[in-house]
Design a protein around this ligand. Structure first.
Ligand SMILES: *[C@@H]1O[C@H](CO)[C@@H](O)[C@H](O)[C@H]1NC(C)=O
Ligand SMILES: *[C@@H]1O[C@H](CO)[C@@H](O)[C@H](O)[C@H]1NC(C)=O
Ligand SMILES: *[C@@H]1O[C@H](CO)[C@@H](O)[C@H](O)[C@H]1NC(C)=O
Ligand SMILES: *[C@@H]1O[C@H](CO)[C@@H](O)[C@H](O)[C@H]1NC(C)=O
Ligand SMILES: *[C@@H]1O[C@H](CO)[C@@H](O)[C@H](O)[C@H]1NC(C)=O
Ligand SMILES: *[C@@H]1O[C@H](CO)[C@@H](O)[C@H](O)[C@H]1NC(C)=O
Ligand SMILES: *[C@@H]1O[C@H](CO)[C@@H](O)[C@H](O)[C@H]1NC(C)=O
Ligand SMILES: *[C@@H]1O[C@H](CO)[C@@H](O)[C@H](O)[C@H]1NC(C)=O
Length: 285
């Protein structure tokens, strides 16, 4: 009996350390901080040791975008209790300076260890915050009934298939209706045959540096990655990117991309060869 109680309380301690409620309180505070421009709203979740990056460039709480108020038209967060990580999607279309921001945070002992953001604005890949807002708002991202939830492994494998396909045309990407991806602020439509969606892709790009947030209650995997290209500050490091997937019945349902260009056209103009072999691992990966 005592043994059972001990085990139960131990389990409670472990899960309390990174419960969905804890992670939600953190993303709520992050959204409040970004909206108000007051990093202090997030300060209970940080220590001096937190690593903060924006488009792979290191910064600090008070110098980060969090210190600038941004009027948010849309925010949505997902919570990964296994990896103790979160993902937040922010759309600011009516802010004087429009932004679309994807933020991934990891936590240890209830403090953020990493806050990495892909910050996109005018000039980034297909950027149009109004377009993003119009396309994203009507989508249904409500919780998936328990009996219909895919496993974490399946959800992540669908996102991985998408990125593996960039370097291997033999990879089959499970993709169902509506067969549209929100690429920046544009709808990229594929061809739907029955329940199978075929989209167009480059096929010679290896996609490295993947960092995941998986939330099986919502069928979500977000993958932070690096498109081979030119980093603004690091010579030939990859282009900062985040792809947010909603997976239903083992297939992509929705997909939102945020890609911060570090050279004009994101280095994706024309061919995909040559310079992409000269990759370097950026500091914070
Ligand atoms: C954010 O911090 C300010 C003080 O700097 C406080 O007035 C406000 O209530 C906080 N907002 C939230 C949502 O915590
Ligand atoms: C990256 O950080 C450096 C040093 O803080 C800063 O000078 C530079 O402007 C930043 N670059 C970008 C693209 O934000
Ligand atoms: C950030 O700014 C706040 C408010 O100005 C200040 O209280 C705090 O000490 C600053 N934090 C750091 C790490 O400098
Ligand atoms: C974030 O989104 C929620 C739910 O849609 C909304 O209630 C809340 O006001 C939003 N927060 C901010 C700061 O915009
Ligand atoms: C951005 O998207 C909106 C809504 O779809 C559209 O009306 C507008 O023309 C777009 N702007 C640009 C510059 O493409
Ligand atoms: C390409 O994908 C196919 C199908 O998944 C797989 O069998 C093959 O090993 C992959 N090739 C490489 C070089 O990874
Ligand atoms: C969709 O089908 C049309 C007509 O066959 C073709 O021209 C187009 O390239 C296809 N698009 C994709 C994304 O496969
Ligand atoms: C890539 O294409 C964009 C959009 O058409 C253009 O503005 C940019 O100058 C091009 N960049 C290069 C390096 O060719």
């Amino acid at each position: 009996m005592l043994y059972t109680v001990l085990i139960a309380s131990l389990a409670a301690t472990v899960s309390a350390d990174c419960s969905r409620d804890f992670l939600k309180s953190a993303t709520d505070a992050y959204v409040a901080a970004q909206s108000s421009g007051k990093p202090g709203n997030f300060s209970t979740f940080t220590t001096q040791d937190v690593v903060i990056t924006e488009n792979n460039n290191g910064t600090s709480t008070n110098s980060s975008l969090m210190a600038t108020p941004i009027k948010l038209d849309f925010n949505r967060s997902f919570h990964d209790t296994v990896q103790c990580a979160t993902f937040t999607e922010l759309i600011a279309a009516s802010n004087p300076h429009p932004f679309v921001i994807h933020t991934r945070m990891t936590f240890s002992n209830q403090k953020a260890t990493l806050i990495e953001s892909i910050v996109t604005d005018a000039g980034d890949w297909l950027f149009n915050a109004t377009g993003t807002l119009n396309l994203v708002t009507p989508e249904d991202w409500s919780p998936i009934p328990t009996e219909k939830q895919n496993t974490r492994a399946v959800i992540q494998s669908v996102g991985d298939a998408y990125f593996n396909r960039f370097g291997n045309t033999s990879v089959v990407v499970p993709w169902g209706p509506p067969c549209v991806r929100v690429e920046g602020g544009l709808a990229a439509k594929g061809n739907l045959t029955g329940d199978d969606c075929i989209q167009e892709w480059p096929s010679t790009i290896k996609m490295p540096y993947r960092r995941y947030v998986v939330d099986e209650e919502y069928g979500v995997v977000d993958i932070f990655t690096g498109f081979p290209g030119l980093d603004r500050t690091q010579g030939d490091a990859p282009m900062p990117d985040s792809h947010l997937f909603r997976v239903e019945n083992g297939k992509i349902k929705f997909l939102h991309t945020a890609s911060a260009c570090v050279v004009s056209g994101c280095g994706l103009n024309g061919t995909f060869g040559g310079s992409f072999t000269r990759r370097r691992v950026p500091v914070h990966f």
